[in-house]
Structures are given as C-alpha cells and as structure tokens.
Ligand binder design. Structure first.
Ligand SMILES: Cc1ncc(COP(=O)(O)O)c(C=O)c1O
Length: 484
C-alpha cells in the first residue's frame, strides 16, 4: 500500500538548498497581529525535495487513464482526447475571461458558443441548443424540465408519467423522478429492442415523455424508432433522446429526423473533452422549435443588424438558469476545437470506425464469451460471462483479472437486463493491434476461468491494492488524514 506523504515524513528533513537569507526581513509577528498568528507550527510533512518529487511522480503513475492504455468502458466513450483541445482551452483569450466582463469584450467567446450550438444542432437535427448543463444527467434534468414546461403551457398538467425502456441508463429514471414524474418501464423484446406492443399499452393521456437512447445500451439500433415516435406523439407525449451514444451515428442518422423533440449530448464523450473521476463535463441540450421558448436563460444569440453576439435574458417562458454563468465554458472550447478539426466528414468517419472497431472486437470475443443479442452492433456491445458461473467465476472476477494484464475493465453488470454483463466500447481511437491484444488477454482469462478459477477469484494480484470494499469506499470515504 502506498504511504501518504505525512507517513513518509521524518522530523528535521527539508528541501532547502539555499543558505539562509542575509537580507533583513520583517519577522512574521511584526506583520501578523498576535491574536491571528499561530501558536504552534503547522504539521507539514518534512521531506527532502527528491522524496517529494518521487512521491508525486509515483502517485501520478498509479493513475490509469486513456493516456495510459485501453479503456473499454461501455457507455462511457473513453476515446483519446487530442491535446490540441487543451492548448485551445488554455489560450489566454479563453482561460483568463471573467464571467462579469462587459459583453463587447467577450464577443469571441460568445461566437464560439453560438457556433458550437449551431454545429450541434446540425449534427442532431434540432432547431436550437443550450450549452448550460454540466453533464449528461444534468442535460436530462434540463430536457425534462423543458418538456414539463411545454405541457404546462398547454394546460396539460395531468402528464406525469415518463416511459423508460428496461435497458435504459440509470440516470434516465432518476432524472424523471427529479422532475416529479412516475416511471413506467417498457420491456425489451428478445432482440433487445423496445417492445412496441408494450409501448402501445403504456402510452396515454398521462404520458409526458419517452426517454430513449439509440443505439440503446445494448449497442443495438432501435430499427422501429419511427413507429415508436409516432406512438408517443399520437398520445401527446414528447420524445427525449439520451445522446450519450451519439458516437455511433454521427453523419449517418440524426435524432431530430427520427422524431425526437429533445436531445442531450455528452461533450465529454462524443466530442473528446476528457472525463472520468468527476471532472468537468458538459451536457448541451437541443430542442425542436416547439420547446425553444422554454430554454434556460440567458440564451446566446446574435443580432444580425448590429452584428453582435449577446445574452438574451428576455425569455418570459424560460425554465430559468440551470448553471452558474454560462456552463462549463472550457469544456465547450475543447469540443469546438474537436468539431473544427474533424469537420463533417471527419465526424462521419469517427462513427464509422467506432462501429467497425466494436464489431471487430465483438467477433473476436464472442468465441469465448456468450453474446446474448445477435449482431451486428453499433459502437458498443454486451457479452455475458454466465457460462463461467458454474465454475464459480463471475463477471467481477474477470474485470479484476484484466487489471493484472494492464487493461482497464469494461463496464460490468450494466445494462441490468443481461445477467453477468460485460459492456465493451472500444471507440474509434484504438488500433487493430490494441484490439487484438485485448482479445488475446480476454481469451486467456476465459481459459483461466475454466482451468484455475481461484486465480480470478483472488485477482488482481499485481495492483497496489487488491479487492477493496467498494460499497464502504463509496458510502463512507476516508478522504482526510488526521494527525495523531
Ligand atoms: C446512456 C447514458 N446516458 C446518460 C449518461 C449520463 O451522463 P453523465 O455521466 O455525463 O451524467 C451516461 C453516462 O455514462 C450514459 O452512458
């Protein structure tokens, strides 16, 4: 176990190489009033410079990220994030802005936001966008508030049910609950798609919306999406598109054309802003024109006459502000850089390659792990390790064993409708050699599961810590060192 820097401290050690200053300086007690000054020296760790440098360098090496290796976390689109995004976001003209600066002095930033909105609208087939939401789940909340405001404006107050397929991401029902709606779960058919008959039975005058991601969380495209949209619209409900899986279809299909009324996108997935570890993200929300009046304010707008960008605050039907100031601007700069760099053709190629990589890997892995739904898949796929259960090997054991081989584990136990699920999303930024190596290791683990299950049950063997109590770590995290 790695020691904390406080535990490495040895009294009297220090990192000063310079001799004491011979320039007269005021003593600290002459500068700080007695009642405010410390009575005891602070308990700082005492180490030499080299110890400090080694400590932090080592800690940085313990971290696993997409810059270190393959990160096949399904539903999370852990693609490589080009470093030019960081350079752009670090430009002084962006990073040194103050949110209260006069609008004339931030025209460039507003133009960037306005154009990002326009590009996202084009990619998704929507009429208008807001960049305010800070993440996908926050986008869901925003989108559902827009839907509820729309129904309320029409006097449709009885619409309090949100339909959610049983394969949906957990944030979908959670967001619908947050806006005060009840959830109706729609079962999937044997091929993983929404059961239309069940949907027809569930819709009615109380339907506020259907939330759907397409391709769904099984990586399968909902081929009946046009009929689904018709059924929901005929009942007076709206369609919400969870755009976390947009990496699969850019340039090929648009949620707006499928009949969706609201979408959220995850800039920190599809549009290559880094994520993971709770870092800043952005979940812009796009809407069809019927929902535009309700968008969060201020709306970034452009005055054709004066040729100026401005914050439009005059929005009487707006649901209000969803985020302090204008959203996570730095994340938007990164996504904008990516959009310019890729262009329309580039984005189309991204999706084509993401789908190709997923199908290639699925074909290799399905020789060793069961594939519950027939392919082809889109940008991700789901396998199950159920056949190894007889040998007392669970999906968790396989995920832990992967760490021994230097790979990040895929998403596990999601979606909930597949038992012992392994959800794998290779993304477009991985090459054939990496995919082949991952497949080789997964095949080896499958063999180990048959021949030496204990090896998996006790994995990982090569990491600084092995099996942790993840529930305790999440519920009662110990985040502070306390001096004795
Ligand atoms: C399908 C799907 N929807 C919604 C979300 C929520 O996005 P965020 O994590 O940015 O809140 C995720 C995140 O993993 C997702 O995979």
């Amino acid at each position: 176990m790695e020691k904390l820097i406080f535990e490495k401290s040895v009294e009297g050690r220090h990192g000063n190489y310079l001799p004491p200053s011979d320039v007269p300086v005021k003593q600290i007690h002459e500068l700080i009033p007695e009642e405010l000054s410390r009575k005891k020296a602070p308990l700082l760790p005492q180490l030499t410079e080299v110890e400090v440098v080694r400590h932090y360098t080592r800690l940085s090496q313990l971290n696993y990220g997409v810059d270190t290796g393959f990160y096949p976390l399904g539903s999370c689109t852990m693609k490589y994030n080009p470093k030019i995004n960081e350079d752009a976001a670090n430009l002084n003209g962006f990073s040194q802005l103050h949110p209260y600066q006069p609008v004339e002095s931030v025209q460039g930033a507003l133009e960037l936001m306005y154009k990002t909105q326009e590009y996202l609208a084009e990619i998704t087939g929507m009429d208008a966008f807001t960049l305010q939401p800070a993440a996908g789940a926050h986008g869901e909340l925003t989108g559902l508030l827009l839907i509820m405001a729309y129904h309320a404006a029409r006097g449709d107050f009885q619409r309090d049910k949100v339909l959610v397929p049983d394969s949906a991401h957990g944030t979908n029902p959670a967001s619908a609950t947050l806006v005060g709606c009840k959830i109706i779960e729609i079962p999937s058919k044997e091929n993983g798609e929404v059961d239309l008959e069940a949907l027809k039975k569930a819709v009615g005058e109380d339907t506020a919306a259907l939330m759907l991601t397409n391709p769904n969380t099984l990586g399968m495209f909902e081929t009946q999406i046009i009929e689904i949209a018709e059924i929901v619209h005929q009942a007076g409900g709206l369609l919400y598109y969870d755009g976390a899986n947009m990496n699969a279809i850019m340039g090929y299909a648009r949620p707006g054309d499928m009949g969706f009324d609201v979408v959220h996108l995850n800039l920190h997935k599809t549009f290559s802003a880094p994520h993971g570890g709770g870092g800043p993200g952005a979940g812009p929300v796009g809407v069809k024109s019927c929902l535009e009046p309700f968008l969060p304010k201020p709306v970034i707008s452009y005055n054709q006459q004066t040729q100026n960008y401005y914050f439009d605050e005059e929005r009487s039907q707006s649901i209000g502000r969803m985020k302090a100031f204008y959203g996570n601007f730095g994340v938007v700069v990164k996504a904008f850089t990516y959009l310019l760099m890729m262009g329309g053709d580039g984005l189309q190629e991204v999706s084509a390659k993401a789908v190709l990589n997923a199908n290639y890997l699925m074909n290799l892995l399905s020789k060793h792990y069961e594939q519950p739904f027939a392919g082809p898949c889109k940008h991700e796929f789901v396998l199950t390790s159920s056949p190894y259960k007889g040998n007392e090997v669970r999906t968790l054991d396989i995920a832990k064993r992967l760490l021994d081989y230097g790979f990040h584990a895929p998403t596990i136990y999601f979606p909930l409708i597949v038992s012992e699920a392994l959800m794998i999303e290779p993304t477009e930024t991985e090459n054939k050699q990496t995919l082949d190596e991952f497949a080789r290791v997964m095949a080896k683990i499958a063999q180990e599961a048959m021949e030496n299950p204990k090896l998996l049950q006790e994995a990982p063997h090569n990491t600084p810590v092995s099996r942790l109590d993840e529930t305790q770590a999440a519920r009662k995290p110990v985040l502070r060192w306390k001096a004795e």
